[in-house]
Design a binder for this molecule. Sequence first.
Ligand SMILES: Cc1cc2nc3c(=O)[nH]c(=O)nc-3n(C[C@H](O)[C@H](O)[C@H](O)COP(=O)(O)OP(=O)(O)OC[C@H]3O[C@@H](n4cnc5c(N)ncnc54)[C@H](O)[C@@H]3O)c2cc1C
Length: 400
Amino acid sequence: MRIIVVGGGVVGVASAYWLRLAGHEVALIEQDVEAGRGVSAGNGGQLSYAYVEPLAGPDLWTKFPAILLGLDSAVRMRPDLRLDSIRWGLSFLRHCFGRRQADSLQSLLILASESHRALAELTNDVPLPFDYAAVGKLILYRDIKGLEEAGRLAEIKRQYGFRVEALDRARCLALEPALHHYRNPFAGGIYAPEDAAGDCGQFTRGLYAHLRDAMGVETHGSTRVTHLSTRGGRVVGVELDTGEMLADAVVLANGIDASRLAATVGLKLQIEPVKGYSITAPARPEAPVVSLTDRAEKVVFAHLGHRLRAAAFADLDGWSPTVDPRRARQLLAMVRHLFPAAADWDRAEPVWAGQRPMTPSGVPLIGPSKVPGLYLNAGHGGLGWTLACGAGKRLAGMIP
Ligand SMILES: Cc1cc2nc3c(=O)[nH]c(=O)nc-3n(C[C@H](O)[C@H](O)[C@H](O)COP(=O)(O)OP(=O)(O)OC[C@H]3O[C@@H](n4cnc5c(N)ncnc54)[C@H](O)[C@@H]3O)c2cc1C
């Protein structure tokens, strides 16, 4: 089959890789001059297989009044009165509890486990430099109550084959001595030794080049898909500024723009942008080796080669991709305060912002859509780097 993949982010390149391995003729279309410049460019870098809790969860619900009043520093929400946004918000709130929340977590754990194996297969066949390090991940909890709750969830994760361990404060310090310099209090943590870190943007660009140079994938950079083309109710290709490109099937892997393109054939996708920020600076010898997540501050740290990256914030503040200078200052002040010795923050790169393509449940849309000829691989939210390889491989298995 000839298949067009729209979007050269990590999800698009992973989709193209497994579709090509399955023997399809693949064309990959990216609007930017090169791949991996969307939200895949500067994300937190964590391959967080054992920690895939969706944003929609009971703890977010309890903070909801503070978020609405603008009193929560990690999550910001600007009320958006578009009908689609209201529907998304209501669905998001329904996914915060009970069966729905448990089902989302289960789906994400299964996909994360597939993804862990798929990335290992890919890197075994294609040696890509992306500062990969299988260093494990430690999630810090401020109080014993939070740690105990996380310990109960760890039991569920073990049932899915993940290795996770509850550590008290002393064992966290023994595992990661850099935490002696960490200024936020923590009672202990949950350690996932099989989690890893790597530079998602570098991986995406490297795989894009490999698809083009070694796998015979037709790559089209600086090319924007404006519409989907249909004949008799079936998607038969895409419309570009330069004309029509035909195929037997089209995959939407274009992040937050997937809902706009789907709408051109009357399909509604519930994907909203949730903006986050990251900062990258030269790592100092006192930098943590293990990937860290501070649950209370909702900030993550990943050691990527000679650099330390910190990422934070979830802002539902519309569709503009620009960096809000107040948020940029807040992030810099936060990392300087929390981990002053870990990196040379004075030499940090400019603060980066990206928009997580988020479904209400946090579970991505993978597989055939209601419109014949149109497939989806979109809506990976805050976990697209972790889930991309599993999602790409799963999608390829769904296309005959
Ligand atoms: C602050 C922050 C921290 C994060 N940390 C992590 C983390 O630690 N671990 C993790 O797993 N995930 C993390 N994420 C989430 C992760 O970055 C995303 O889920 C993932 O990158 C989504 O990839 P994507 O390919 O779907 O989107 P993108 O990378 O945005 O790719 C979509 C591509 O499609 C192109 N495109 C769009 N429209 C068109 C069109 N019409 N025609 C042609 N091309 C088009 C875009 O230019 C873009 O290149 C984080 C996100 C943020 C914001």
